[in-house]
Design a protein around this ligand. Structure first.
Ligand code: ADP
Ligand code: MG
Length: 485
């Protein structure tokens, strides 16, 4: 059976590091990028006698995400210890939530990446709190390994999806949407390159959509969207080859080697560590009151899918709505253009094509845009009101972008106003007709397509500033009446 006939099934476990000032269970500060081992305390280092105390802001951030994804939030949840030995884990265990997470269920809705059409829905199994481990640094060539405990104890949310994803592209689109939601909520930088968002992908294959799920393998630590997609596709290929060759998939933990574009087995289920989970004895169950949940709910921003629906209702395509809402700041900018009374489709075009094109070219974000939302709305009004032609509009926009000046001021200063004065246009048309007797004769002989030529000449003569609609009308009145030959 050819590979494309196999049906992949994918579920993601995503970790995101919360941007709180202090760690998950201690008041020790944490910020990425500081000198190694400058952000530790007795608790972080696992010294005897230290006790964990949950970070209230981290929990509030967790509630924000749970509410945004419509998860069920539990008034009581519990922490547990997950034991393993590794040099970056000084306590010898990680505090996590296993059997009693604070949030279960929920959904993530995102546009289908293949046709930018119908929204896809992925259900969540759970969201829970965890603390991060430190970092081992292996110095290649020096035969030395170092450990940095700064990150040990940093607050994490783990978001576990149901196996609802059906391709690598869907998995990556799902993860992008989650990243957008997390950034809208302002709870994490959710940056894969910087490690504040990380992903493990579970992959299995089956022969058709109704068949029971196959055995899954889990690819660990994918740290870019590109590697996420490549790793899933590589794992699908490996499983297909295995089954087609008469073998069977054994539940395993995999790593992905981007150089070879291959996944390989790190350990199988039999070799899996026994983490000896048990309830954290140093902390009571976590209690979250209804009143707290309600107060957090009241602070939620409009979420990306709601914004996409709102833009869709204004007549924008799902694709355009997706571009505009991918970043909260961009959607805010667009909303400000709408608030300045610009029509949605034109506003979308100027923002996504003209403005984003220039900003991307200069590697600038929308936050540093020299063009304000009011400038965009004003420019559109100048075009719609017939003051400037569509052609001059782009030049005017270039100047608005370069100088951060209002379009109206540029139009006045640099003389971009369209010539809509019938007398002036009449004169220009007369000159054009007088200068091209040959074409005029051909026109009279039936070559009516030459009208476009005359319009072009008039536009040229007026440096593109003639009102094209008026040129058409005035010209029609002056040209001989002929029927098409
Ligand atoms: P574990 O701790 O064993 O990794 P979790 O419940 O944390 O278990 O996560 C299991 C993940 O595997 C979930 O994201 C789930 O969607 C996914 N998954 C479960 N069964 C399959 C399957 N047959 N194929 C692909 N993914 C699966
Ligand atoms: Mg897992």
């Amino acid at each position: 059976m050819p590979i494309q006939d196999w049906k992949p099934v994918i579920g993601l476990e995503i970790h995101c590091q919360l941007k709180t000032k202090t760690k998950m269970f201690t008041s020790c500060g944490y910020k990425a990028g500081e000198d190694p081992n400058t952000q530790t305390d007795a608790y972080t280092l696992g010294l005897p006698g230290t006790l964990p105390r949950p970070n209230q802001t981290a929990i509030e951030y967790g509630l924000r995400l749970g509410l945004a994804l419509e998860s069920e939030l539990h008034e009581e949840s519990r922490f547990a210890r997950k034991h393993y030995f590794y040099p970056d884990l000084p306590k010898g265990y990680q505090i996590t939530q296993s059997d009693h997470p604070y949030a279960t269920g929920g959904t993530v809705r995102f546009p289908d990446p293949t046709d930018h059409g119908e929204a896809l829905t992925v259900r969540l199994v759970r969201i829970h709190f965890e603390e991060d481990a430190g970092k081992n640094l292996h110095l290649v060539g020096d035969d030395v390994s170092l450990v940095d405990y700064n990150r040990a104890g940093a607050p994490l949310l783990e978001i576990v999806s149901e196996p609802d994803l059906r391709s690598a592209a869907e998995a990556s689109a799902y993860m992008r949407e989650l990243r957008t939601v997390i950034r809208y909520l302002d709870i994490s930088d959710a940056n894969m390159e910087e490690g504040t968002m990380r992903c493990d992908a579970n992959v299995s294959i089956r022969r058709d959509d109704d068949a029971p799920y196959g055995t899954r393998c889990e690819i660990k630590n994918l740290n870019s969207f590109k590697f996420l997609e490549q790793a899933i596709n590589a794992e699908i290929r490996r499983q297909v080859d295995l089954i087609e060759g008469g073998g069977e998939v054994i539940q395993s933990t995999m790593s992905y080697d981007p150089g070879r574009d291959q996944t390989k087995v790190m350990r199988t289920k039999e070799e899996a560590a026994d983490y000896r989970y048990f309830p954290e004895p140093d902390m009571p169950p976590l209690e979250i009151s209804e009143a707290w949940i309600d107060s957090v709910r009241a602070t939620l921003p409009e979420l990306p899918h709601a914004r996409r629906e709102r833009y869709g209702a204004l007549g924008l395509s799902i694709y355009d709505a997706g571009v505009l809402t991918a970043e909260g700041a961009l959607a805010d900018f667009f909303d400000a253009v709408l608030a300045a009374k610009a029509p949605a489709k034109k506003a979308c075009n100027w923002v996504t094509v003209e403005l984003l094109g220039r900003l991307n070219g200069d590697q600038r974000g929308i936050e540093d845009s020299p063009v304000s939302p009011e400038h965009v709305a004003e420019l559109i009004a100048l075009i719609d009101g017939g003051t400037i032609s569509g052609r001059s509009a782009k030049e005017v926009f270039d100047k608005v972008y370069a100088e951060s000046t209002s379009p109206q001021a540029i139009v006045e200063r640099d003389g971009y106003a369209q010539v809509s004065d019938a007398g002036a246009l009449d004169a220009a048309i007369d000159e054009v007709l007088a200068a091209h007797p040959k074409q005029l004769a051909q026109y009279a002989g039936g070559k009516v397509a030459l009208k476009g030529f005359f319009v072009g000449q008039v536009m040229k003569k007026t440096r593109g500033q003639a009102n094209p609609q008026m040129v058409q009308e005035l010209l029609a009145a002056k040209l001989p009446q002929v029927s098409e030959s």
